[in-house]
Design a protein around this ligand. Structure first.
Ligand code: ATP
Ligand code: MG
Length: 259
């Protein structure tokens, strides 16, 4: 009698045998990697491991030399990232945050979120204003990112951590199905890092999240499943407790970080 296979969620992101080459140097080297709908996944690895290149290839910023990336796969077949423009992918639910926050300093926090809704529909602010649902979405997002009391403050005067949260909020109001974040806690104070960890957990209830992170303490505190990249390949993957103990990880990453 065969065991009934447990139904797993569909893959929101499927990186298939991807190689990215820069003048013959393989930043990603035949990488297979996937995450499922509803996951909060952390990707770690030493400098130059290929983490940012992985995000670049997932958003269509960098084209792979071989292999492919499928976004939002499942019964509808998904989207082959190589066949889409970056902005089309954003419209289809792929949100990406770079390391440096890019908020509009001369607009208020609220106006930044309003503008972000307009990225997907440029007629909003010019012609019709926001719908009630959109206003509600902004207020809900303000509460989630902890900036309700700061909604009328110019974004330019926000603290570094607050700017990062605002930028995450700007992605959230576009209702992504997958968020990609590159080192979201870099430069943050410890309390800011903890708040960001809580925020990522809350966000993961609404969409899948892929976080590239360097800060090991943060990863230990907030990650469940971790993928370790090294030399453009997957070194190992699993529960954070197991990955931390893996001898290869200690050698290439933790060992170096502790040195
Ligand atoms: N545009 C490029 N041209 C040439 N080489 C590149 C380019 N982008 C990345 N690389 C190289 O590819 C490798 C992987 O870079 P990547 O930025 O993906 O690493 P990373 O894991 O994000 O590192 P870090 O932890 O420092 O952010 C590095 O050796 C890097 O120098
Ligand atoms: Mg990087």
């Amino acid at each position: 009698m065969s065991a009934v296979p447990q139904k797993q969620a569909e893959k929101i992101l499927d990186v298939q045998n991807v190689t990215v080459s820069f003048d013959g140097f393989k930043a990603l080297d035949g990488l297979d990697f996937s995450i499922r709908k509803g996951e909060l996944r952390f990707v770690i690895g030493p400098n130059g491991a290929g983490k940012t290149t992985l995000l670049d290839v997932c958003t269509g910023k960098t084209r792979p030399a071989s292999g492919k990336v499928i976004f939002n796969g499942g019964s509808n077949g998904g989207v082959d990232v190589a066949h889409e423009q970056e902005h089309t992918l954003v419209r289809k639910g792929l949100g990406r945050k770079f390391q440096t926050p890019s908020v509009f300093g001369s607009l208020t926090v609220y106006e930044n979120l309003e503008a972000a809704i307009g990225f997907n529909d440029p007629t909003i602010s010019l012609l019709r204003g926001l719908t009630e649902e959109e206003e509600a979405l902004i207020h809900e997002t303000l509460a989630l990112i902890g900036l309700t009391e700061r909604m009328n403050v110019h974004a330019g005067v926000l603290a570094h951590g607050e700017k990062q949260w605002l930028e995450i909020g700007m992605l959230l109001v576009q209702k992504p199905s997958l968020l990609l974040l590159d080192e979201p806690v870099a430069g943050m104070t410890r309390p800011e890092r903890n708040r960001t960890g809580e925020l990522l957990r809350s966000i993961a209830h609404r969409c899948s999240v892929l976080v590239v992170e360097h800060d090991m303490e943060f990863v230990r505190n907030f990650a469940k499943t971790v993928t370790v990249l090294h030399l453009g390949q997957m070194l190992c993957e699993g529960a954070v407790e197991d990955v931390q103990k893996d001898e290869r990880v200690v050698q290439v990453y933790l060992g170096r970080a502790h040195a």
